[in-house]
Design a protein around this ligand. Structure first.
Ligand SMILES: *[C@@H]1O[C@H](CO)[C@@H](O)[C@H](O)[C@H]1NC(C)=O
Ligand SMILES: *[C@@H]1O[C@H](CO)[C@@H](O)[C@H](O)[C@H]1NC(C)=O
Ligand SMILES: *[C@@H]1O[C@H](CO)[C@@H](O)[C@H](O)[C@H]1NC(C)=O
Ligand SMILES: *[C@@H]1O[C@H](CO)[C@@H](O)[C@H](O)[C@H]1NC(C)=O
Length: 488
């Protein structure tokens, strides 16, 4: 069966099962991303695979078959069967099931195929040729695939058992002096039958091996932004149970500038069973917090705010006159100057997943400067602020929706070059700015819905997002459009 076809198929399965993959040295670490394929998913996947295979088998080119067949005391006839095309395929629905502790077992009973091609024979100096029809009936095939992980954390697959049996072959020769060979057809049939049967399992094993080398070459680390990458090797062999298979991925973010580990570890989490869905994907708090830690340690969490970024309608401008409302001495010391705010994280943000709620803690500082007429900056003061937000997230119409509210915000004067002042009214103004400008914009986006990431070949059907204690989980059915389908 089309070699490259199976490889693409594998790529597709990977999209479904893993999305990602990565490096060793993580022994003992808890997974932060889990993917579960249920029996329902396996059945759907195998149907997609079979429909896809049926189309590919019809288009496949069959290698030439040649050999010698003994015709008794006369000696043997050398034959070649070439230009073999598939005329008809009858590929029954296979039975596929998880084989606990091993992988996947598959059986096809009654697969039949009709072929047409050319025959050539040479018997001493007599050469002859014509066409033939070959029908192979009732091929039974059973195979057991072992799922594992390699040292680099790739999913690995191997064939541990394969049996095939052919019920019957029927051959008809046309043209040439085929009538001479008609008498030998019965012995030929047995021979061809054995020849074909001997090739079925090696062909499957060869395709599994090429699938395996494809898997072994897959990346287990992906750049998600120019500054961040995620490592997703499997941390353990797939956990194959009778009704599902779970893949446990590392799921840890690092900055591209360094590979430092955060000062906290991934906790364990257990997925509830979701047999009604094909696929469950889950991401733990640790995965989100490793992204926060990596961003913070790489100094990515900082930005500058200038007056031009303040909404036109805001009554408060980023200048010393406007800030005189909060800091009376400021306009006297630096009259009529624009200001610059350097906002940076003083500590890593924290993300917590709680039942049906996500909380986000931000620990920041704002360093304020006056921009002097010569464009140099005069440091004014530093405010330290902690804020906590909580959000509700859900899926609707295939998109991620939700809302975020500001729960709590504390503001304190960290240091000042212009003497002390009260921060209470400034804190009120900041809270107002967040509630009136920042959150409404964000919530408008969350109300419209953010499309869930999909791949070209796998779409989510009725995805449901649920936030649990310590992890967020997406249960979904899928629609797979195998590669190749789009090519027609
Ligand atoms: C913010 O502005 C300061 C002063 O102009 C500059 O040194 C710094 O690189 C800026 N930071 C960012 C994140 O743009
Ligand atoms: C400062 O802001 C006030 C409004 O509060 C505005 O009237 C004034 O023109 C601004 N000054 C500068 C220099 O932008
Ligand atoms: C912010 O939180 C940190 C750590 O929890 C604490 O040390 C600091 O005092 C807090 N600052 C403010 C302004 O609440
Ligand atoms: C808000 O902050 C106060 C003081 O830091 C704290 O006692 C309270 O628990 C916080 N509330 C929430 C909802 O975070």
């Amino acid at each position: 069966m089309g070699e490259c076809g199976l490889q693409r198929l594998c790529a597709m399965w990977l999209c479904l099962c893993s999305l990602l993959s990565l490096s060793a040295g993580t022994f003992g670490q808890n997974p932060a991303i889990k993917a579960v394929l249920t029996d329902k998913g396996l059945q759907y996947g195998s149907r997609v695979v079979m429909d896809w295979l049926r189309g590919r088998i019809e288009l496949m080119s069959v290698p030439d078959i040649s050999g010698d067949v003994s015709i008794g005391f006369l000696g043997s006839v050398h034959y070649t069967l070439s230009n073999i095309n598939v005329v008809q395929v009858d590929l029954p629905v296979p039975t596929v099931a998880f084989s606990e502790g091993t992988g996947i077992k598959m059986a096809v009973n009654g697969f039949s195929i009709a072929l047409h091609g050319n025959w050539h024979t040479s018997f001493h100096i007599i050469r002859d040729g014509g066409t033939f029809d070959l029908a192979v009936f009732n091929i039974d095939l059973s195979s057991l695939l072992h799922l594992d992980s390699d040292e680099q954390g790739h999913l690995s697959i191997s064939s541990v058992q394969c049996d095939s049996n052919i019920g019957r072959t029927e051959m008809n020769f046309h043209g040439g002096a085929s009538w001479i060979f008609k008498r030998f057809v019965s012995s030929f049939e047995g021979y061809i039958n054995a020849q074909i049967n001997a090739r079925i399992c090696p062909m499957i094993e060869q395709n599994i091996e090429s699938l395996e080398s494809h898997l072994a070459a897959m990346k287990v680390s992906f750049k998600v932004t120019p500054d961040l990458l995620i490592e997703i090797p499997l941390l353990s062999p797939p956990l194959v149970q009778s009704a599902s298979t779970e893949l446990d991925f590392k799921g840890e973010f690092y900055s591209v500038y360094g590979h430092s580990e955060p000062p906290f570890a991934a906790g364990p989490f257990q997925l509830p069973s979701a047999d009604h869905c094909m696929v469950t994907l889950a991401v733990s708090e640790f995965c989100a917090n490793s992204a926060a830690f990596a961003s913070f340690s790489a100094g990515l969490l900082q930005t500058n705010i200038t007056d031009s970024m303040i909404p036109k309608l805001s009554p408060i401008r980023l200048n010393t006159t406007s800030f005189g409302t909060f800091i009376p001495q400021l306009p006297k010391l630096f009259p009529n100057m624009l200001m610059l705010l350097q906002v940076f994280a003083a500590n890593m943000p924290t993300v917590s997943f709680l039942p049906d709620s996500v909380t986000l803690g931000l620990f920041g500082s704002v360093k304020a400067y006056a921009i002097k007429p010569d464009s140099s900056l005069a440091p004014l003061f530093r405010l330290d602020m902690n804020a906590s937000f909580s959000g509700k997230f859900f899926t609707a119409d295939g998109t991620l929706k939700g809302s975020l509210v500001l729960d709590n915000m504390t503001v304190a004067l960290g240091s000042s070059e212009i003497g002390t002042f009260q921060t209470a009214s400034l804190a009120v103004a900041l809270r107002t700015a967040i509630n009136m400008a920042v959150l409404p914009e964000l919530n408008a986006k969350l109300k419209t819905g953010i499309p869930l990431p999909e791949t070209k070949y796998v779409q989510w059907v009725n995805p449901v997002l649920k936030v649990n204690e310590g992890f967020v989980m997406l249960t979904t059915d899928t629609k797979i459009s195998p590669p190749g389908d789009q090519e027609h």
